[in-house]
Design a protein around this ligand. Structure first.
Ligand code: MV4
Length: 597
């Protein structure tokens, strides 16, 4: 058994790994960035080492983390999720230094990073893959031929892609050229590879994934599936297990295929095989070679501590139980509580937690690193807590999740709790009729309409509006923020006066114009000439040419400085011209729309 493990991560997952280590009698080494110095994982670990450099890059600094691992005498590194968790080079460097990377082999991580390669492996193992190519495509002519062969819509995907980046859906032959170029460009700029392939595009699939455990002695077993269809912009918001409306036969086929695929791959450690389910068919999507955010719902229904098993497997131990000994009991739901405002397009809401009270019920688990007074930092993802609720049936789990959400008291920042309450109340969700685009294309329309008519408490929750901080210390902190390879110096001043709108006011040494709020300019204009107010990505068109719009209506989604914002019409009228295409990067001042009579 390992004596000491370094946790190369932060927040709730670092806390979760430390808990598993404690249970196993393993000493823990925490690393932390400067602004994370008050974090719970730092308070809990046996040993702590501060990372130097910018907060946004600290947990990605492989050389520094490995140096600390060596100096602290850690025998293994647990990467958690995100950061270095699926970085094959990091896993290789660990091995070269005689430190065990808690995850599968570098070769497997590398292979699964290529979607073409993983499709090929699964296809050869007899796991169903979506009809399409297992070789890269490069020309428009090839794609057009595939469109003919499979019928539109088709998906063009970057082989190195992930999280929806480098994915283009093509609905007609005329759009092939631009989509191909777009997928290639995104693959190259985000992942360093413009290699793309083509699949038949499935409309409204469900996202079902299978949890795998594999030892280093050739034994692979599964811990059943999770349904992660409730998501928005590729960010999962709610997961459950077992999947609703998955019949026993399909469940058996998917879980067996996942074990077969993982075996063929030579997989070791904990992992996830992602699939899409459409009707009574399923198709392999990708393999995630890390512990996942949503692992606790599987723990709740199988009783197996996945993180503990993952550590034991990394030690070279054999799986101590058989497939027949793994059973699913009851139903579990996880809500990802983010510091985001669901009524404002899930805008991140950093700030200080002036109130943070957990629900306490016998069937509730909360994984979090937050506490009252904790400051949510803008450098990292906005996950505040994972609420995991168990019930004997899906209905009971839904009811109990509602209760737990209303007893979860968070003030100081906006949270996704009102969204979760509304989703649990949704008849389609209750009927188990949720697919991957359901939340963003269907549910959010009703949610936003309800939020507009109930401005004070969006979607009827007492946790709805961001609450005001009651008291804050007057202090100034300096950060360096890394945005698209540019470093900005940012000074954060905590406000002394209560009743202010934000707990902290930030001023950055940026050119003034980039700090101007888009709403202000638009309110002044009213000309119907809608321009970009910042350099950024014109992400998504929300209206068609000729559509009637009203003043204030969202007509597009824009992304700048890693944050999304709405582009709204400044007048009532008709969309006369759309000057740019979705996926295009534009400069500040670029004309986007002309709204006329
Ligand atoms: C698809 C698809 C439909 N058909 N491929 C999105 C991210 C990437 N991991 C794969 N994705 C999809 N691939 C074909 N051939 C629909 C999606 C998809 C999706 C998949 C899983 C979870 C959420 C999703 C949300 C939108 C689209």
């Amino acid at each position: 058994m390992f004596k000491k493990i370094l946790i190369a991560n932060r927040s709730e997952i670092a806390v979760r790994v430390i808990q598993a280590c404690r249970e196993l009698g393993i000493k823990t080494v925490a690393v932390f960035s400067e602004p994370d110095r008050e974090s719970k994982h730092v308070k809990m670990a046996d040993e702590t080492w501060q990372l130097t450099g910018q907060p946004a890059r600290a947990y990605l600094d492989a050389a520094q983390i490995l140096d600390i691992a060596k100096r602290s005498g850690a025998e293994a590194v647990h990467p958690g999720y995100g950061f270095l968790s699926e970085n094959a080079d990091f896993a290789r460097e660990c091995a070269a230094m005689g430190i065990k990377f808690i995850g599968p082999s570098p070769d497997v991580i590398h292979k699964m990073g290529s979607k073409i390669e993983s499709r090929r492996v699964m296809d050869q193992a007899g796991v169903p893959v979506v009809p399409g190519t297992t070789d890269p495509v490069t020309t428009k002519e090839e794609v057009l031929a595939l469109g003919e062969k499979y019928g539109y819509p088709i998906a063009i995907k970057a082989s190195a892609g992930g999280g929806g980046r480098g994915l283009r859906v093509v609905r007609k032959a005329e759009d092939v050229e631009q989509a191909l170029a777009g997928a290639q460009r995104e693959g190259a700029s985000y992942f360093g590879s413009g290699e793309v392939y083509v699949e038949k595009y499935l409309d409204r699939p469900r996202h079902i994934e299978v949890q795998i455990l594999a030892d280093e002695h050739g034994k692979v077993l599964h811990l059943y599936e999770r349904d992660c269809s409730s998501q928005r912009r590729h960010q999962k918001l709610l997961e459950e297990t077992p999947a609703a409306k998955l019949d026993a036969d399909l469940r058996k086929r998917i879980t067996e295929a996942a074990v077969k695929g993982a075996t063929a791959l030579g997989y070791t450690s904990a992992g996830t095989v992602e699939c899409m389910v459409s009707g009574n068919e399923f198709y392999f999507l990708e393999v995630n070679t890390r512990i996942q955010v949503e692992h606790p719902i599987t723990e709740a229904t199988t009783g197996i501590d996945i993180v503990k098993e993952q550590i034991l497997l990394a030690c070279g131990q054999k799986l101590s139980f058989k497939q027949e000994e793994v059973s699913q009991h009851g139903h579990a739901i996880e809500c990802r509580i983010n510091a985001e405002d669901p009524s404002k397009n899930f805008m991140p809401s950093p700030g200080t937690l002036t109130r943070f009270e957990l629900p306490h019920h016998p069937w509730v688990r909360v994984d979090t690193a937050c506490y009252p007074g904790y400051q949510i930092l803008p450098f990292y993802d906005s996950l505040l807590a994972k609420l995991v609720v168990w019930g004997r049936t899906r209905e009971e789990a839904i009811q109990r999740t509602r209760t737990a959400l209303t007893h979860f008291k968070i003030e100081g920042v906006a949270t996704t709790i009102p969204f979760h309450l509304a989703l649990l109340d949704d008849p389609n969700f209750q009927a188990g009729e949720v697919y991957t685009t359901y939340v963003e294309q269907d549910f959010m329309k009703r949610y936003n309409a309800a939020a507009r008519t109930e401005p004070a408490k969006s979607a009827g929750s007492e946790n709805g509006a961001a609450s005001m901080p009651t008291s804050t210390k007057g202090s100034v902190r300096n950060f360096e923020v890394d945005v698209n390879q540019k470093v900005f110096k940012v000074q954060v001043t905590e406000l002394v006066e209560p009743g202010q709108e934000k707990a902290a006011a930030a001023t950055a040494t940026l050119p003034k114009r980039t700090l101007q709020k888009p709403e202000k300019r638009e309110a002044a204009a009213g000309s119907g000439h809608i321009q970009a107010t910042m350099h950024g990505l014109f992400k998504e068109l929300q209206v068609e040419l000729g559509a009637k719009v009203v003043k204030g209506q969202r007509i597009a989604i824009f992304e700048a400085m890693k944050m999304e914002s709405d582009i709204t019409s400044d007048r009532d009228g008709t969309v006369k011209e759309i000057k740019v295409k979705a996926g295009q990067t534009v400069d500040s001042g670029t004309l986007l729309f002309v709204i006329g009579d």
